[in-house]
Design a protein around this ligand. Structure first.
Ligand SMILES: Cc1cc2nc3c(=O)[nH]c(=O)nc-3n(C[C@H](O)[C@H](O)[C@H](O)COP(=O)(O)O)c2cc1C
Length: 182
């Protein structure tokens, strides 16, 4: 029997990314778990408007989205525990520059540079609607064809807010078409 547990926000787990942008001439890196797809080619990155990184994203209308896996989770978590307003996070990661000038974290096996299309404000959050400009992936996490990430090889870290816990993606169940009824 199901129990009504109230209006609990049960959209978790969500993938964890580190957003990167230049703020006042230095890179800032911020952990973000509230991200989502809003169309076939747009996604939303939800940032509290008090965060230091927001100013840099708005100034350049771009940010990097560095997908976190277990290999660099501790450093990624650090980017979520201190604000660039109080501590310099610019040397936390080695980075390269994308064509939009955003810092792309070298440790991230999968990273996108994204352009901001719009900002939707709600409840103290600035929600950046973005499109992908370039995607950089380690060859070791790509399919045999080499044209897309293989999520059997690459396991993004996930986050669930109610238990404040990290998870990672699990086993592959099979291609969708094998589950679709005729
Ligand atoms: C697991 C985890 C997930 C987080 N997810 C978000 C998020 O989705 N949105 C957000 O605004 N802040 C999120 N934060 C908080 C920011 O990462 C944190 O406040 C950071 O220090 C802000 O850095 P900044 O001021 O340099 O931008 C998260 C923190 C943790 C530890």
């Amino acid at each position: 029997m199901k129990k009504n547990i109230g209006n609990k926000f049960a959209f978790y787990p969500t993938p964890v990314i580190v957003a990167g942008a230049f703020v006042e001439g230095k890179p800032d890196f911020t952990l973000v778990a509230h991200i989502g797809i809003v169309s076939h080619d747009a996604a939303m990155i939800s940032l509290n408007r008090s965060h230091y990184i927001n100013g840099g994203i708005k100034e350049r209308k771009a940010l990097s989205v560095n997908v976190v896996d277990e290999s660099w989770l501790s450093k990624a978590a650090l980017a979520g525990s201190v604000s660039g307003r109080n501590a310099d996070k610019s040397s936390l990661f080695e980075y390269s520059l994308g064509e939009t000038g955003v810092p792309l974290i070298k440790e991230a096996k999968l990273a996108m540079e994204c352009a901001v299309l719009d900002v939707y404000e709600i409840g103290g959050f600035e929600n950046f609607v973005v499109k992908v400009v370039n995607t950089f992936a380690e060859e070791s996490i790509l399919t045999d064809q080499g044209d897309r990430p293989d999520y059997r090889k690459f396991k993004p870290v996930l986050f669930e807010m109610p238990g404040y816990t990290f998870l990672k993606t699990g086993e592959t169940l099979g291609e969708c078409k094998t589950f679709l009824k005729k």
